[in-house]
Design a protein around this ligand. Sequence first.
Ligand SMILES: [Zn+2]
Length: 338
Amino acid sequence: MRYLFLCVAMCFALSAYAQEASVQEAADSTKRDSVAVKERPAPIKPVRTLGEVAVIDTLPTASELISIVLFNDNTWRYVISEDYKNDTEVFSDHWDTDATHAYKDVELSSFPDATPIRLVDSLEGYHYPYIGRITSRYGPRRGRSHQGIDIALKMGDPIYATFDGRVRFSKAAGNYGNLIVIRHNNGLETYYAHLSQRDVEAGDWVVAGQQIGLGGSTGRSTGPHLHYEVRYRGQSFDPERIVDFKTGELRREELLLKRTHFSIYSKFEQDFDDEVEVAKQEEAERKAAAAVQYHTIRSGDTLGALARKYGTTVTRLCQLNGIKSTSILRIGQRLRVR
Ligand SMILES: [Zn+2]
């Protein structure tokens, strides 16, 4: 009986050990997975959707500049006070509620090589403007520059503010149709065009995810779509650098905005390595071009003498100029020697 008990106890211990080992194994494989995942940071989910959510209270914090806003779905977030925002230069410098573009006098050449832009932090929310099929990307289009992105929509679908900010422009504006421009705390401006309805006016403060209007087809438009632009100090760049319009997710928390990104040919798909590679190649081509040298044939010049003079060979001279070593040189002829 005692043996039987011992045996049962041992079996139990063994199976417990085996179980523990498999748990350990599982933990190891999870660890491996998480290491693999870490190499590629996950995209950022929309912080909140305000569709059915309403503000129920605002609470002060130790800082006068920051309050806590409570929502009726038991969530909350920090909000920077509007007085503080009023004091920052972002909402006063080049603030024009009548012009679609407020930074006309700002030259691209005055920009630094790269500007870091914080897209979200604990105080700043994010929400996609609209999720849908992209019908036209950022870039050259039929001889013109398409400075934004077109997303097909159903007439009357709600359009949302991308980040917190203040409405700088809300009017009908020629080709843009009904246009809303929001300036954000980080200095970016987002443009929402062809709207069928505008729900906010210039000067209104908005939060990320707030409905600002309805999608439409006003202005120069062949069908209902959202034309969406992102600009920094008046210069547009590919909105897909920020937003994944398929999933609605924010691509990154911080954006390093390079001056080269403002080129109409600059697409988000080119990652950094690519750009470094292109820059290197361009530098090599520039050096090669700079190294090219010509000699104008004078009386008495021979291929052998030129090869000695420029430290090269007759064969190389013939290659560079597509001639034979027996070719007759004419006075005044330009030969490439390097
Ligand atoms: Zn467009």
